[in-house]
Design a protein around this ligand. Structure first.
Ligand SMILES: [Zn+2]
Length: 331
């Protein structure tokens, strides 16, 4: 792991075979890749959860990545009490633990409060502190461990740019890579934590970036865009009987993006569960998103493209989301 103190790096710009790309990830998950903390797993998760937020050059900013990183670690450390490095005799903590515990004390946050419930200005401050400290080691370390083929990065300009070959590869195998990452991360956490906190560890890792309160999106879609019919069955919805649904399931996308959220009646939401809607609804969503892009000037739609939505739908099918759902009765 020599790359940890690099200021910038450029990915190998040559054709890569599938075997070479697998071997870049196999290395991260092998015992040759040394981990005194869980940072590499956390940073890889931050990239995977942001995979569909890239700009047209496949770039992600450090703000995008380290906001997710801060959220994941806040929930693992403060909500679930999971240590991120082995216990030492002087009880030394990792930087991420130091930053988050000190933020909780400065801002007087009660025990067990999830990241999404923190006030917006405090979230921005915490994410900034995490970025300033963690960008120094984490970005270069994963760059090096993926054999300098996954992404380029600049610490000064604060971005990573994913190798297009690797981007396609990771989109195709996202679910498998994510599961491998959780497996190795869980193994690491089991070693450094007491048995009492490692129960349901895989769920804790997977849910560490999940927001449970989507009411802000409900308000945007219901009030601002005045949608008052269920996106799927067309039944009228009321502000008491309305749910925000991830069109492509959250378990695949792992993020809340306006372009992927629709209002649904509770019946459709319950019956759809973790399935992809029929292609007819994909076309309908593309039309809905066209209207949002044209008529409302929203920052969170800046990187949205119809073709990308169709690609993500395709990749979800490739990744095992091949059971297609339709509402039983359409009004
Ligand atoms: Zn419905």
């Amino acid at each position: 792991m020599s790359g940890f103190n690099l200021k910038e790096g450029q990915y190998n710009n040559r054709p890569l075979s599938d075997d070479e790309m697998w071997s870049a990830f196999s290395y991260v998950f092998s015992s040759n890749s040394k981990n005194s903390t869980s940072y590499k797993f956390g940073f890889l998760k931050s990239i995977l959860d942001n995979l569909y937020n890239v700009d047209s050059e496949l770039r992600l900013t450090f703000d995008q990545l380290f906001t997710k990183f801060a959220e994941v670690y806040w929930n693992l450390i403060l909500k679930y009490n999971l240590r991120q490095s082995p216990k030492t005799s002087d009880n030394k903590m990792t930087y991420i633990e130091q930053i988050l515990y000190s933020a909780a004390s400065i801002y007087k946050i009660a025990d067990g409060v999830p990241f999404e419930k923190l006030p917006a200005d405090i979230i921005i401050k915490i994410a900034h502190d995490v970025k300033m400290k963690c960008k120094i080691n984490v970005v270069g370390a994963l760059f090096d461990d993926t054999k300098r083929s996954f992404y380029s990065f600049s610490r000064r300009e604060e971005w990573i740019k994913i190798n297009p070959l690797m981007y396609e590869f990771v989109c195709k195998h996202k679910v498998v890579i994510e599961k491998l990452n959780y497996y190795e991360w869980a193994k690491f956490l089991e070693k450094v934590n007491d048995d009492s906190v490692v129960i349901h560890l895989l769920d804790k890792l997977d849910e560490s970036g999940k927001r449970h309160n989507l009411s802000i999106y409900r308000q945007i879609l219901y009030d601002e865009f005045e949608s008052n019919l269920c996106f799927y069955c067309g039944k009228p919805i009321t502000d008491k009987r309305v749910e925000v649904d991830h069109f492509i399931p959250w378990s695949f996308v792992k993020d809340d993006n306006l372009w992927n959220l629709v209002l649904s009646c509770p019946d459709c939401n319950r019956s759809k569960r973790d399935r992809l809607p029929d292609k007819y609804y994909l076309d309908k969503l593309v039309m809905r998103n066209d209207i949002i892009t044209r008529e409302f000037n929203r920052l969170d739609m800046n990187n949205y493209k119809d073709d990308n939505l169709r690609l993500i739908y395709y990749y979800a099918r490739v990744n095992g989301y091949d059971k297609i759902w339709k509402p039983k009765k359409v009004v």
